[in-house]
Design a protein around this ligand. Structure first.
Ligand SMILES: Nc1ncnc2c1ncn2[C@@H]1O[C@H](COP(=O)(O)OP(=O)(O)O)[C@@H](O)[C@H]1O
Ligand SMILES: [Mg+2]
Length: 285
């Protein structure tokens, strides 16, 4: 573990200074594919030469490591409760992706105290200059602590499916976030689509309500088809873009990754650091 921590640190220290873009991946309802899309999008961005970290913030129900077929010895609550360094909990698998596990034995993010959050911030401060993208894979809905992380990120990736319940929940989530911070950019990916049209219709419906009621743009990144290979890959504990790179779902995620990398590049200049945003939210307590 320590050896790995040392080598990670060295590897990252040698990289040029950059400031990570922090993306919260959210939905209203659970089970819409947030974790699968986050992990596969992260792997695709990595293939494009980006440095990526995925933090599983579905604390207590974490499954980022399950999908990747990893067994992380330490997870985020270990770091917070035992004051570990972040280097001790970052895992690097054979696929090269860096992850922080959410763990499955602890309650929820609600257990995170102010003191733990301060430790978290100190640890993250080190990471910000080493990654291009830091994904926060959130649980369903929004607890008070989860909301702090969401509002601290630079942008929001909303995952919805064409089901009416998912559409209304996704909108509620966006409205909730928008009311706290109207400036956060919203991106949308529509998962589990039977066909392209379903994806476009779902995105149009959500974009319309956002425009009408929130006066807010929603950038549609693309749709991911309902694809049996996703299910098979979850069972095999291998991300579908690695297990079946030629599948429809994988091709859709590769496309999503290049669209996303392009779209968010345009906004980069105006980013305030994740840490300073998080600090300002904490001081509002
Ligand atoms: N595009 C898809 N096609 C088929 N099944 C999918 C797809 N996306 C997700 N699933 C199924 O939905 C389940 C839940 O996905 P997951 O990524 O864990 O959702 P969330 O993180 O939003 O709770 C997966 O285990 C998989 O079986
Ligand atoms: Mg999940």
């Amino acid at each position: 573990m320590i050896d790995q921590a040392e080598s990670l640190r060295k590897q990252l220290m040698s990289s040029s200074v950059q400031s990570a873009r922090v993306i919260s991946v959210v939905s209203g309802k659970g089970g819409v594919g947030k974790t699968n899309i986050t992990v596969n999008l992260a792997l695709s961005l990595m293939k494009m030469g980006k440095r990526v970290l995925v933090i599983d913030l579905d604390v207590g129900m974490g499954n980022v490591d399950l999908i990747l077929g990893r067994r992380a010895p330490n997870h985020i609550m270990d770091m917070l409760q035992h004051h570990l360094s972040v280097w001790e909990i970052i895992e690097e698998g054979n696929d090269g992706l860096h992850t922080i596990a959410g763990g499955r034995n602890f309650g929820s993010l609600a257990l995170v105290t102010d003191e733990m959050l301060e430790h978290f911030i100190k640890q993250l401060e080190e990471l910000e200059t080493f990654y291009d993208f830091i994904f926060l894979d959130m649980g369903a809905g929004a607890t008070e602590t989860a909301l702090k992380f969401i509002l601290s990120s630079h942008e929001i990736l909303v995952i919805a499916t064409p089901e009416i319940t998912s559409i209304t929940d996704a909108y509620s989530m966006m409205k909730f976030i928008y009311k706290k911070d109207s400036s956060l950019p919203f991106y949308l990916a529509v998962n589990r689509c039977e066909n392209e049209r379903e994806g476009r219709d779902t995105s149009a419906r959500l974009a319309n309500v956002c425009k009408q009621f929130l006066k807010k743009e929603l950038t549609f990144l693309g749709m991911i088809p309902l694809d049996q290979t996703v299910l098979e890959s979850v069972k095999k504990q291998m991300p579908f873009t690695l297990n079946k790179p030629a599948s429809e779902a994988s091709r859709a995620v590769f496309e999503l990754a290049s669209k996303y990398a392009g779209a968010s590049q345009k906004q980069k200049a105006s980013y305030k650091s994740f840490i300073s945003r998080l600090k300002s939210f904490l001081s509002e307590r």
